[in-house]
Design a protein around this ligand. Structure first.
Ligand code: CU
Length: 134
């Protein structure tokens, strides 16, 4: 009886191991859930008190690089991202630069997909757009 029992438990262990191996083989995507964040680069221009784009789309959690150029002489512009136009939550607030000048901003996009808001802080009423996280 004792030999039979240990033989059974050996078989059960073997079957468990086989199931584990099969599970990892069948679902390799589970192992890659810790994928590295994507990198995106955006070229943003401020000229005549307006941006050259009204919508910016980035993947959730992406490393965002914004190559920002202010072409308005003696005017300060920046690029900032908020949860909405009411600016309750700041996602990123770039340094204001006086044109003509270029600056590179880097930040991490929100993990939560949705429609956010970007703007130039000194001219928020005229210079703004949608910051889409997908
Ligand atoms: Cu501005």
């Amino acid at each position: 009886m004792r030999t039979l029992t240990s033989a059974n438990s050996y078989l059960i262990s073997l079957a468990s191991l086989l199931i584990l191996v099969l599970a990892f083989t069948a679902f390799p995507s589970c192992a890659s859930s810790t994928a590295r964040p994507e990198n995106v680069t955006i070229g943003l221009l401020a000229k005549d008190f307006s941006f050259n784009m009204s919508t910016i789309t980035v993947p959730a959690g992406a490393n965002v690089t914004v190559n920002f150029e202010n072409q308005d002489p003696s005017i300060g512009h920046n690029f900032a991202v908020y949860d909405s136009a009411s600016m309750k939550k700041t996602i990123f607030k770039g340094e204001i630069i006086v044109g003509p000048k270029k600056i590179t901003y880097t930040f991490v996009a929100p993990q939560a997909p949705g429609t956010y808001h970007f703007q130039c802080d000194p001219h928020a009423k005229n210079m703004f757009g949608q910051f889409l996280v997908k």
